[in-house]
Design a protein around this ligand. Sequence first.
Ligand SMILES: C[S@@+](CC[C@H](N)C(=O)[O-])C[C@H]1O[C@@H](n2cnc3c(N)ncnc32)[C@H](O)[C@@H]1O
Length: 246
Amino acid sequence: MTSPTAVPEELFEPGADRATYVRDMFEGIAGRYDLMNTLMTGGRHHAWRRAAAIELVRPGDRVVDVGCGTGDLTFACLEVGARAVLGVDFAQPMLARARAKAAARGTQRAAFALGDGTRLPLADQSVDGWCAAFVVRNIPDLDRAFAEAHRVLRPGGRLAILEIPKLGPHPLRPAIRLHFARVVPLLGRVVSGHASAYRYLPVSVDHFLEPHEGTARLRATGFEMRRVERFMLGTVALHVAERPLE
Ligand SMILES: C[S@@+](CC[C@H](N)C(=O)[O-])C[C@H]1O[C@@H](n2cnc3c(N)ncnc32)[C@H](O)[C@@H]1O
């Protein structure tokens, strides 16, 4: 097990096992994850997932939600008309919360499976939609995750990614950096009790891609871009793309 006090910067050095750190970390914070989202975003996070779901889902679609965590994007996809959504995550305690929410909602259309976004337990061209919210920044082999998305989507199927992009030039840069580098880690330590999880978050954002770089990586994997939208002063980005018809 990776130490919960790991220095986040070291996780981006060559040879570091960031995936194991990420899995252990989400196993550790699962109980406080939803509350932290609400506190960090002032409750806006549900609206972003809904916006992603509206862009992604057509009535009757079968969707896979990669890194589904506690299931909120899965449920947003069902609410806008998906026939069935499979949530996949490699942190069992996050899945346990997603399953409890599904039971409380009485829905049979959500299923949750332990798995890795870079090795999905799905056949080629078996889904209409692939989505991930606040996940891909945490996947060291991003190109492999995008290639998996392309593999499991049918031609004409869509992809939607919500993520916190690397901050480019921005008039409110000092205030935004203060929020991510000071407020979020302090809040995270107090609320989640995890020493490094919310110190890792701003470091992972600094090591991630700006929205135009995300677009380039998706195109390089074979996707056609449909739209890029930004929320909360540009600190959250939604990429929507399509696997082209053959
Ligand atoms: C920040 S949470 C997001 C959860 C959920 N998508 C949401 O919108 O709240 C990131 C989730 O991605 C999962 N995750 C990260 N890398 C993964 C991978 N390679 N395969 C499967 N799950 C992964 C973590 O376990 C965690 O539950």
